[in-house]
Design a protein around this ligand. Structure first.
Ligand code: HEM
Length: 126
């Protein structure tokens, strides 16, 4: 696999784990809400890395539909995360938080899916 793919895949993994940990700490109130911009910045890096991974994968034999789907999922997760504070304010906001968590995990998973597909196309690579 190319260096670009390896770097993009690891950026998705590392930012994904950090986002999950920081997000859960924000949710439980164990870290101050002033860390939300850090979480958002990590989210932007995650989505940019995912787009790079999807774009590169589409040039290396991964079906265009899969690459576009992964890129759109990243866009939805980013847009939802940026806007979610205004959705269902009050007692039902946990539903929005749950959807955000689910979308986030799906997005990280989609990076694994497309990376795995690339590795199967190039079996000699790590
Ligand atoms: C992709 C860009 C992302 C953006 C812009 C973003 C943005 C945000 C924002 C603004 C909050 C605070 C929301 C609130 O207080 O209502 C939040 C919370 C949270 N985020 Fe993210 N996030 C992103 C990705 C992720 C990912 C990938 C994960 C998990 C893998 C994740 C997990 C969480 C969790 C668990 C919370 C706490 C519960 C919640 O408020 O939804 N986020 N995120």
């Amino acid at each position: 696999m190319s260096m670009t793919v390896t770097v993009a895949q690891w950026l998705v993994r590392i930012t994904g784990v950090l986002l999950l940990i920081l997000g859960l700490l924000l949710w439980t109130g164990d870290v101050p809400l002033s860390l939300i911009p850090v979480h958002i910045l990590l989210g932007v890096v995650l989505v940019l890395s995912l787009w790079l991974l999807a774009a590169t994968a589409s040039t290396q034999g991964v079906p265009m539909g899969m690459a576009v789907g992964v890129a759109i999922l990243g866009l939805i997760t980013l847009a939802f995360g940026l806007m979610q504070r205004d959705f269902l304010p009050g007692g039902a906001h946990w539903i929005i938080q749950g959807i955000h968590l689910l979308l986030g995990m799906l997005t990280v998973g989609s990076g694994e899916m497309i990376g795995g597909r690339l590795r199967r196309l190039q079996p000699s690579a790590a």
